[in-house]
Write a protein that binds this ligand. Structure first.
Ligand code: PGA
Length: 254
């Protein structure tokens, strides 16, 4: 099993959920993790409006923070968009790019995702680059081809194990309660590791974290996180409640 350069990562993606009242969940999570030493890094990616208050709240706790998306330009006439530099200023250390919901809702192509990942790097953020096949693509036997294309198109020059994390999220597993079998996860993650070698070089590919995402819950986390080449989880729904997110960390990494 390749030993990545960094500990696994349990990252919560709050999506378009959360108001100031939701900071009680991060407060609770901090309390639950107090005095514990999980064998993983922990991160929450809240909506933009919560980045500053959550950054202040988290302070120097073990919980890191990330954005959910960024624009590729550092500033300019892009109404409604947020630059990676703005996200970095909140105390965030990472940014998700290319989530399938953004690819679907906003027509984001691999080329756009690559530019966004490069912007995250420019701002000193770790880019969490999301890829994953649709159910039609899987049923047509095209999963590995789709993954190869997305990886080649979405991972920019200059990516390495320190500034980039890959998140494999089968679109059909997101928010559905369906998860791939451990064999299916193992197959895709091994393929990602192999393809990465051709993109970032063998050494960086071995060191790079590859997260699994899609209906990760306390009840399936241990099994999914034990799969070869799975170096953590990107968690949507189950990251919104401290008990559930802690349950995932506890099951897999405590
Ligand atoms: P889910 O979402 O855990 O709610 O399936 C995962 C994601 O979209 O990152």
């Amino acid at each position: 099993m390749p030993k990545t350069k960094f500990p696994p990562l349990a990252a919560g993606n709050w999506k378009m959920n959360g108001t100031l009242a939701s900071l009680k969940e991060t407060e609770k999570l901090m309390r639950m993790l107090d005095g514990k030493s999980p064998a993983c890094d922990v991160m929450i990616c809240p909506p933009f409006t919560l980045l500053f208050p959550m950054g202040e709240q988290l302070g120097d706790s073990i919980i890191a923070m990330g954005g959910e998306d960024c624009h590729w330009e550092p500033c300019g006439a892009h109404t409604g968009d947020i630059a990676a530099e703005m996200i970095a200023e909140t105390g965030a250390s990472a940014c998700i790019v290319g989530h399938s919901e953004r690819r679907a809702d906003h027509g984001e192509t691999d080329e756009i995702v690559s530019k966004k990942a490069a912007a995250a790097h420019r701002a000193g953020l770790t880019a969490i680059v999301c890829i994953g096949e649709t159910i039609e693509e899987r049923e047509a036997g095209r999963t590995l081809d789709v993954i190869s294309t997305q990886l080649k198109g979405s991972v920019p020059d200059g990516s390495n194990a320190a500034n980039t994390i890959i998140a494999y999220e089968p679109v059909w597993a997101i928010g559905t309660g369906h998860t791939p079998t451990t064999e299916q996860v193992a197959e895709v993650h091994a393929h990602i590791r192999k393809e990465l070698a051709g993109i970032v070089g063998e050494e960086e590919a071995q060191g790079m974290r590859i997260l699994y995402g899609g209906s990760v819950k306390p009840g399936n986390a241990a099994q999914l996180m034990a799969v070869e080449n799975v170096n953590g989880a990107l968690v949507g729904g189950a990251s919104l409640k401290a008990e559930d997110f802690f349950g995932i960390i506890e099951a897999a990494y405590l």
